[in-house]
Design a protein around this ligand. Structure first.
Ligand SMILES: NC(=O)c1ccc[n+]([C@@H]2O[C@H](COP(=O)([O-])OP(=O)(O)OC[C@H]3O[C@@H](n4cnc5c(N)ncnc54)[C@H](O)[C@@H]3O)[C@@H](O)[C@H]2O)c1
Length: 438
């Protein structure tokens, strides 16, 4: 791993390719274009607005993250991607209904030039969607090669010096890890033999890495978190990260959960329900895709609360997550959490959270930060799983056998210390006894 002055400079254009040009990806792209023109501010983005403390508290050194680490400038970003519909990014953003029409019209000239490439798609993995802008190659290996050819063409046409891929397409059905995922050799054979264990998102992940692109999975489906893809990323010295952008209700859970646990308040039950009406909601209305999302959402609390260490507080907690498709809501998701807690002597209390959120507004800065930090990781020679980016995910990918950290505050410390480490600054332990030494 390179640090400090040895990290390659972010020179030239950075191409960001997203399989899926839907609500999240177009809100991200439009936001970057708006920020670039000074007609919108990138709130929520640590890479753009965050500051990082360096040295002692009394040193008063707190530069902006973007002035501290060598990340790409927004002016150097170029966007592309794939979808099963031919809508360009302007049309897709209008259809998603997240951003105001007036803002989209101001950005129409640039957004309309972002046209999807035909997708690798298979209705066996996403049941509730039907689009015909899809690749027709006969084998999964040929499909991967077609994606690699798209990447190569995009790179030339847009004069990119570096590129990366972020999966922002719909959630695929739940897939169990099987023999085909265990080694790269098995996986490549499976691509040739059209093994049903290999989903479209895995084909994109394989094609990205083979083309020298870091890969991020923003959805909860199995993709780059299989041994074969991890092996490939290590072999090719490329970073990978996932999975499932941490937004909405789960973001709230990872803010509230650590707080309750820190004060050793017990929890009898946590019931979470959501209604949403966008295409994501429609896809999640299918039991297979919902199962994938449910697994991702359920794992969060267990890992924060550690019921095995605190059985009297959390062992019997009833945790339920529901997602219901309700078209009138569009992208304005509404979620309710009912949390039954107990304290001193077992006395019971309740917390109710009613979050009226805009999913894609919360996801867009996450996409931007992940793109910029993954590009930084690549220039710093970091390969394989990037656990320091757990901060952005509902189900952080970690090395096999290593329990993920879900507590957002621990994740933030880990993230900032990694940036300090990269830039050869002292890590911050928050001990601080030295301030009181005479
Ligand atoms: N919005 C959030 O806060 C949030 C948070 C975490 C995860 N996610 C995940 O991000 C993904 C995108 O969410 P969204 O709201 O933008 O959904 P969306 O339905 O608006 O967009 C997804 C797009 O992917 C396309 N697509 C589906 N399969 C494809 C394939 N194989 N190749 C290329 N394109 C394909 C669809 O046609 C659609 O345009 C979903 O998987 C969602 O679960 C979103």
């Amino acid at each position: 791993m390179k640090t400090g002055k040895n990290i390659q400079k972010p020179e030239g254009k950075l191409g960001i390719l997203t399989p899926g040009i839907g609500a999240v990806s177009t809100t991200f792209m439009a936001g970057v274009l708006a920020a670039r023109r000074g007609i919108g501010q990138p709130f929520g983005s640590i890479s753009q607005m965050g500051k990082i403390r360096l040295g002692k508290r009394t040193d008063n050194r707190e530069p902006r993250v973007k002035d501290f680490v060598p990340i790409a400038s927004l002016n150097d970003l170029v966007f592309g991607g794939w979808d099963i519909f031919t809508d360009n990014a302007y049309e897709s953003a209008l259809n998603a209904g997240v951003l105001d029409k007036d803002l989209l019209n101001e950005l129409k000239d640039e957004l309309s030039t972002i046209k999807p490439m035909p997708a690798v798609f298979d209705t066996n993995y996403i049941k509730n969607l039907h689009g015909d802008y899809v690749k027709k190659e006969a084998t999964k290996m040929e499909l991967a090669k077609a994606v690699m050819a798209d990447i190569e063409r995009f790179k030339k046409e847009n004069s990119c010096s570096r590129m990366l891929m972020i999966w922002t397409a719909s959630t695929e059905v739940y897939v169990e890890i099987s023999a085909v995922h265990q080694t790269l050799e098995n996986f490549e054979k499976g691509l040739v033999n059209n093994d049903p264990g290999i989903s479209p998102s895995m084909i994109y992940a394989y094609a990205a890495l083979k083309s020298g692109l870091p890969f991020v999975n923003g959805a909860p489906n199995l993709s780059n978190d299989v041994p074969a893809i991890i092996e490939l990323s290590n072999q090719l010295n490329l970073p990978i990260a996932g999975k499932d952008f941490k937004t909405g209700q789960t973001l709230m859970k990872t803010i509230l959960g650590p707080g309750l646990k820190a004060r050793l308040l017990g929890i009898d039950g946590w019931f979470s329900t959501n209604i949403l009406g966008n295409r994501d909601g429609e896809v999640l209305d299918d039991a297979g895709s919902f199962k994938t999302k449910e697994v991702s959402k359920l794992s969060v609390l267990d890992s924060i609360l550690e019921p095995e260490k605190y059985p009297e507080l959390y062992k019997d907690m009833y945790h339920k997550v529901r997602i219901n498709y309700y078209p009138p809501k569009g992208d304005d998701k509404e979620s309710w959490d009912n949390i039954d807690i107990f304290g001193w002597l077992g006395y019971k209390m309740q917390i109710k959270v009613n979050f009226l959120c805009k999913d894609s507004i919360l996801a867009a800065p996450v996409v931007l930060d992940l793109a910029l930090f993954m590009d930084l990781a690549q220039r710093a020679g970091m390969k394989g799983i990037q656990e320091w980016l757990s901060f952005y995910f509902k189900s952080p990918q970690t090395k096999e056998g290593l329990a993920p950290l879900h507590d957002i505050f621990l994740q933030k410390i880990k993230f900032e210390n990694t940036l300090r480490h990269l830039m050869e600054e002292d890590l911050i332990t928050h001990l601080g006894l030295d301030y009181y030494e005479e």
